[in-house]
Design a protein around this ligand. Structure first.
Ligand code: GLV
Ligand code: MN
Ligand code: MN
Length: 411
């Protein structure tokens, strides 16, 4: 079996997918259940149909495109990723795993391979937290890591997830989304590294062994507002300045964890009333903390709580934190790591093991199926920015390794 990827076609499809964007090129913004997301989904479904894959969608919009195996009663093998994109992002995050997964299947079809197990490409809903505040919405629900009541609890612009998904054409109870453990024999996700190691070392393929543990939370600071000219400086209880000190403490705490694997980001800061001549009375921060070591990450979370208390007392403001998620790290299945490495060796591609610092739908798929990830280099490790770039060559290598890995796992 010698599966050959059509690199040019894959590029054309990535280019077309990138045109479904809420911001002009080279930026890509595709918010889940927005018009562009729905158009991107329609495009992907047309490509799946062209490849004779049978498509079904679950109530949250996770999309499964199946190439039926000779023995469909066996648990299937799956690949896939996401097609939503954070504001002002690039064109490769997630999409390489979706279109690369499809091209891997087409390459196997062209090579005359006939799998025993069915092979699915999954497009996961809302890997990005942009709209509902929580990442990996679709895969979290699939893995029973999010209660179906999230349909009413999660909101965007005063509408519930249930209302929004139903307007987007996805109905049925969220309780029907979870898959049982064993539904898939294996899951393999192809993704750009989103970090500098492979590009710097000129290594073709990264074989992921573990995915870092992400946690995110909100910090609400309440102080006292007032007239920007009239409230004397010693009398102020400025909510934003307390929040600013908290954000700096978060940076200091993460930097002093003792490991380069600890990272913390304050990515959202909302002020109230947000007027140039008014002292901020309320501020909200959204914070993302990650580490490959869960105990060390949790120690950072505790230190942040402590810093919040100290700053609140000193500045006379009230601080409250609210957890959004605190997920454990995931470990890739050794058998899949081995299968990916064998595929690289057979094609003469250089590879190395690494951890994923970004999170992925694989974090949750690993709870219900043996899971692995294939990373390809992206230029200077840049991601979540319009400059994100992976070469056609690198993408084709990734899709070929994926094809061989899927063939080995599907039998
Ligand atoms: C996923 O996009 C992440 O933030 O790691
Ligand atoms: Mn992303
Ligand atoms: Mn991604």
């Amino acid at each position: 079996m010698n599966a050959t990827v059509d690199a040019q076609r894959l590029q054309r499809e990535l280019d077309t997918l990138a045109t479904f964007s809420e911001h002009p090129a080279p930026a890509v913004t595709r918010v889940v259940f927005g018009d562009m997301d729905l158009r991107a989904r329609a495009y992907l479904k047309s490509l799946f149909a062209d490849a004779s894959l049978v498509v079904h969608e679950d109530p949250v919009g996770n999309t499964f495109a199946r190439w039926s195996g000779a023995n469909p009663s066996l648990p299937a093998v799956a690949t896939g990723s996401h097609c939503d994109a954070i504001p002002n992002a690039g064109r490769f995050d997630g999409t390489v795993g979706v279109l690369g997964g499809l091209e891997a299947i087409r390459a196997l079809q062209r090579a005359g391979f006939s799998p025993q197990r069915s092979i699915d490409v999954i497009v996961f809903t809302s890997e990005e937290p942009t709209r509902f505040g929580i990442g990996c919405l679709g895969s979290r629900l699939l893995a029973s890591a999010l209660d179906p009541s999230a349909g009413e609890v999660l909101t965007s612009e005063a509408r519930s997830l249930n209302q929004i998904r139903s307007s987007a054409g996805f109905s049925g109870p969220l309780a029907d989304v979870p898959l049982h453990a064993g539904a898939y024999a294996a899951f393999v996700e192809l993704h750009i590294e989103q970090g500098p190691i492979l590009d710097r070392e000129r290594t073709d393929i990264g074989v992921v062994t573990a995915i870092a543990a992400p946690a995110s939370f909100r910090i609400f600071v309440e102080g006292e507002g007032g007239h920007a000219g009239a409230v004397l400086m010693p009398d102020r209880r400025d909510a934003f300045l307390a929040a600013a000190e908290i954000a700096l403490s978060i940076e200091r705490i993460a930097r002093s964890s003792g490991s380069i694997d600890t990272v913390a980001t304050t990515g959202v800061c909302e002020l109230f009333p947000a007027a140039i001549n008014s002292v901020p009375s309320r501020t909200r921060l959204d914070v993302d903390v990650r580490d490959i070591d869960q105990a060390r990450r949790d120690a950072v979370l505790r230190d942040i709580e402590h810093a919040c208390d100290t700053i609140a007392a000193r500045r006379g403001v009230a601080v409250r934190t609210e957890s959004i998620n605190a997920d454990p790290p995931a470990h890739c299945a050794p058998a899949i790591v081995d299968a990916i490495e064998r595929a690289c060796d057979a094609r003469g591609l250089q590879h190395r093991r690494l951890i994923s610092r970004g999170y992925h739908d694989s974090l949750f798929m690993s709870r219900i199926a043996p899971t692995g990830m294939i990373f390809i280099p992206c230029r200077d490790g840049i991601s979540h920015r319009p400059e994100e770039y992976a070469s056609p060559h690198a993408i084709a290598h990734g899709a070929e390794v994926l094809a061989d890995t899927l063939a080995a796992l599907a039998g």
